[in-house]
Design a protein around this ligand. Structure first.
Ligand SMILES: [Zn+2]
Ligand SMILES: [Zn+2]
Length: 135
């Protein structure tokens, strides 16, 4: 099982886990773009119980198009986006790929929300592209 660890830009929030990566995807939806300020978000989903977080991230809650309750967790000091929670996937937490030190473990399996992606964002042609969120 891969070990994942990382920290925010200022170092006040850190995490580590030694668990299976349940899901890894690039999300091009407007919420992910807005939250990260990046052209898309790469998220690795893990079992929340397996994740150790030090420091106290601040949470911002909002509703997704699907009706799910979403939460973005970020460092209140430096603003780094660290984690995301989705009420449709209870018990899990997604880690933003940009804060993961083990970059070789960042292997997205698909692209989500192709219908809202920035036209100039390049896509890996070997990965499936879904217009929205599958299943
Ligand atoms: Zn920070
Ligand atoms: Zn998204």
């Amino acid at each position: 099982m891969p070990k994942l660890s990382g920290q925010c830009l200022c170092g006040n929030i850190a995490f580590s886990t030694d668990t299976e990566i349940l899901r890894a995807a690039n999300c091009h939806c407007a919420d992910c773009r807005g939250a990260t300020g990046a052209a898309f978000a790469t998220l690795l989903t893990v079992d929340e119980d397996a994740l150790t977080i030090t420091g106290t991230p601040k949470a911002y809650g909002h509703k997704a198009d699907s009706g799910a309750d979403m939460e973005k967790l970020f460092c209140p000091d430096c603003g780094s986006q660290m984690f995301a929670r989705n009420s449709n996937r209870p018990g899990t937490l997604s880690i933003r790929a940009g804060v993961i030190e083990q970059t070789d473990e960042v292997k997205p399996a698909f692209n989500l929300f192709g219908d809202s992606k920035i036209a100039s964002t390049p896509l890996d042609p070997d990965l499936p592209l879904f217009d929205r969120m599958p299943g």
